[in-house]
Ligand binder design. Structure first.
Ligand SMILES: [Zn+2]
Length: 147
């Protein structure tokens, strides 16, 4: 327990663990004071969720490359500053995060048994397919950006 490494009179018992930790961690530990009057038990905190509780989805997001954005923060700021209806900003944000509720996601969530695109029966409907590769998407893009 962490409390075992704290001496109420002398503070941290650094000599018991400082040889196994890098200096920046030692400095971080020194900056934490333990209140001996607080009668709280040690507890584990999962710092990848907002409430400190472990969830499988937060762990998955942490290790999944598709959930880690390589886009700079300015990209997100530009989306949120666009003068378009809120639903368009939300759609753009969800599309950029790969979170549109396409059939492959619906199948993953057991909301359907068919992950295929309604227009392209042999192709799984992913976010990229829906926005770029589908025959309907291509037709829409060609109207906006002629070939
Ligand atoms: Zn399609």
């Amino acid at each position: 327990m962490v409390a075992d490494l704290w001496d109420p009179d002398d503070g941290w018992r650094l000599n018991e663990f400082q040889d196994n930790l890098p200096q920046h961690m030692i400095d971080n530990i020194r900056s934490v004071l333990v209140d001996p009057m607080a009668a709280e038990e040690d507890q584990g905190i999962w710092n990848l969720s907002s409430n400190g509780q472990f969830t499988a989805s937060s762990a998955f997001k942490a290790i999944s490359p598709q959930h880690q954005s390589s886009l700079p923060p300015s990209f997100w700021q530009r989306i949120w500053k666009l003068h378009v209806p809120e639903r368009v900003r939300v759609f753009m944000w969800m599309a950029s995060k790969g979170r549109l509720t396409t059939n492959n996601i619906r199948k993953y969530r057991h909301l359907t048994q068919n992950d295929k695109c309604p227009e392209c029966p042999d192709v799984s409907e992913s976010n990229l397919h829906c926005l770029r590769d589908c025959v309907l998407a291509k037709a829409a893009w060609l109207k906006i950006i002629p070939a």
